[in-house]
Design a protein around this ligand. Sequence first.
Ligand SMILES: Cc1cc2nc3c(=O)[nH]c(=O)nc-3n(C[C@H](O)[C@H](O)[C@H](O)COP(=O)(O)OP(=O)(O)OC[C@H]3O[C@@H](n4cnc5c(N)ncnc54)[C@H](O)[C@@H]3O)c2cc1C
Length: 429
Amino acid sequence: MQPAAHAPSWYAASANPHAPFPSLEGDRRCDVLVVGAGFTGLSAALHLAERGYDVTVLEANRVGWGASGRNGGQIVTGFNRTVGEIAGWVGREDARKLWDMNEESKALLADRVARHNIDCDLRWGYVLAAMKRRHILDLRGMLAEMETLGYGQARYLNRGEVQRLVACEEYVGGLLDSGSGQLHPLNYALGLAEAARQAGAHIFEGAKVTRLEDGATPTAVTERGRVTADHVILAANAYLDPIHPEADRLARSRIMPVGTYMIATEPLGEERALKLIPGDMAVADINFVLNYYRLSRDRRMLFGGGVAYSAMTPPAMDRRLHRTMARFFPDLKDARIDYCWGGNVAITINRTPHFGRIAPNIYFAQGYSGHGVALTGLAGKLMAEAVAGTAERFDVFSRIPHQPFPGGRLLRMPALVLAMSWYRLRDML
Ligand SMILES: Cc1cc2nc3c(=O)[nH]c(=O)nc-3n(C[C@H](O)[C@H](O)[C@H](O)COP(=O)(O)OP(=O)(O)OC[C@H]3O[C@@H](n4cnc5c(N)ncnc54)[C@H](O)[C@@H]3O)c2cc1C
């Protein structure tokens, strides 16, 4: 089977030069097998290879082919839920540890970019914008919680202040977070892969695992070869097809792949681009179905939003996103759209990440619910720590309770569509 090419994104068009990785031919034996070469799998592989483990990574398509190579590139502080809500499920002590580890994930990302010299346009500064009075109350609540937790990098912006950073007249307030930021996600993934390769990891592309056999030494079966290992890390997130009954029961049933889409305009030129986002920061609004955007290095507007709950891209997604973008920035009404692409995010019912095991030596991390750019790095590291014998931090995450999506495999999608339609309606009101 030929690996699928990268999505037709601006990221693929501006990827740093990189050689393809080989395909798997024949059988291999190693310490740890990683399934999936997105941020999660690459981070685990890098960490393990640096610790001296013999690691094999099998990627069905290309490195960074999944969500990691196509996302909004926004590095976001915190989870999709408040620490207070999370404390209600796991207790205050674990909730505090989760917050601290989330903070660690951003530092880990910055450290890896610096240490491995990854050219991925990493920049800091982020605006979370409010469009309604209700949003302002939400932002104030978030800020109060951040302050209680000792986070000193965020502050409230009034209407005038937010509009000086982002020239969108719909914004009535905002939160400026200098601890959140942005990067070129595909170049970050390619940089992680190169760092893992240099540390000794063996990465194979076009190597889709079709079946996983568990046991003391699990074996992954691909079309042209098999890999046997002492430990397995499943890092296929929203793209995991059925490969093992327990992976279906314990992992796949608890996430829903949801399509989200992006467009990239033509290059706008420095002056025109910076008139739109004078602060040159990553921006998102606080709607439940949110819009997120930022300027690229070559001064295009990269604008994301729009969701779909089926495997098919909704028709005319480029025009739909263009209309939304032009509502925010009338100056972009006639801007040419050069790229439109989409990918799947994995959401969980409670919108917090889902870590666990399907066997004592088979780990998974998934369901970052739109907050995966930084958290995936830590997820990979925590699975690597667990493989190395210290699962304490991994288990703080694995104690977050997760339920399967109701309705089984057939009905869970209509149930989600109904729920999301309600939230979208609420956003519009
Ligand atoms: C359009 C879009 C915008 C987003 N924006 C943001 C954002 O701005 N900020 C943020 O924090 N998050 C964002 N996200 C989410 C974020 O991208 C993900 O949380 C993160 O990339 C998940 O990384 P991962 O490595 O776990 O999974 P992925 O990157 O999806 O990697 C999984 C890999 O596993 C491979 N695979 C699957 N099955 C097999 C198999 N059987 N054998 C071998 N390989 C297999 C796939 O080919 C894929 O490459 C966005 C996602 C999308 C799609």
